[in-house]
Design a protein. Structure first.
Length: 252
């Protein structure tokens, strides 16, 4: 199968290098024809010499812009948007193959469940803040989602989507008009993108029959957590403004 993997990153060199190696190892296991496009939005230098890895710079333009720029460089029609701290598995690639070979790929995009890796769960148990994350279950996608929307060991449609592991065809990504580059950080850019995909008739499948690992090893301290919440707050405020402006234009 031919797949373009697009990974935006911002000043997380050690994290993204682990993600690149993990992605290479797992896709090579299946002998896929694939490319990994790393879009470096930060100041840090990223070097990874491999014929299937392409590193391009998009300094300071934001995660939405980075994803769109990576898409513009992609060679293949099957796309996987992957965050720089996501470690895929062979089981997740099997589900990815099944999705792209099915009729669902014509009308849907795909998310796969994520959880913290065991080593990171253990690290969380050593600190008060880490134990707080464990208690509120912010160490899994299930903990982040509305409880009423969650089904274990299923593949089903959901109203939202996450770009941490997002499979979509080139044709459908073009239909969505791509990510809104007004958003500078991760957060509500996904929520806004999900609304536009639904409006274009593209639904989201969530597969909870397996999982990938969310390697947030640099964000399980209170400083990293607060910085993340701050950025999410900025994107939420921007989403509210964009929605208000859009409604005003419709009503006048």
């Amino acid at each position: 199968m031919e797949i373009s993997v697009i990974i935006p990153t911002y000043n997380r060199t050690n994290i993204v290098l682990k993600t690149i190696k993990n992605t290479l190892d797992n896709f090579n296991f299946f002998n896929d024809t694939f490319e990994i496009i790393v879009v470096n939005d930060g100041e840090s230098e990223i070097i990874y010499k491999h014929n299937q890895v392409k590193i391009i710079k998009n300094k300071g333009k934001g995660v939405a812009s980075a994803r769109n720029y990576g898409f513009a460089q992609a060679k293949y029609d099957n796309l996987l948007f992957l965050d720089d701290d996501m470690l895929i598995t062979k089981e997740s690639i099997t589900i990815l193959h099944r999705f792209f070979l099915s009729n669902y790929a014509k009308t849907h995009c795909l998310n796969i469940n994520w959880v913290y890796p065991p080593s990171l769960l253990q690290q969380c148990s050593y600190s008060n803040f880490g134990r707080f994350l464990l208690k509120i279950n912010y160490v899994s996608l299930k903990g982040w989602m509305n409880k009423n929307e969650w089904k274990d060991n299923h593949q089903y449609e959901i109203e939202i989507l996450t770009s941490q592991f997002l499979a979509i065809t080139r044709e459908n990504f073009n239909i969505t008009d791509k990510y809104n580059e007004t958003f500078p950080f991760c957060g509500f850019e996904d929520f806004e993108f999900a609304k536009r995909t639904r409006a274009k008739g593209i639904k989201t499948l969530l597969n909870t029959q397996t999982h990938i690992f969310h390697n947030e090893e640099d964000r399980v301290n209170i400083e990293g957590w607060l910085n993340r919440r701050y950025r999410e707050g900025l994107t939420r405020a921007l989403y509210v403004k964009l929605t208000a402006d859009r409604n005003y234009q419709i009503n006048h």
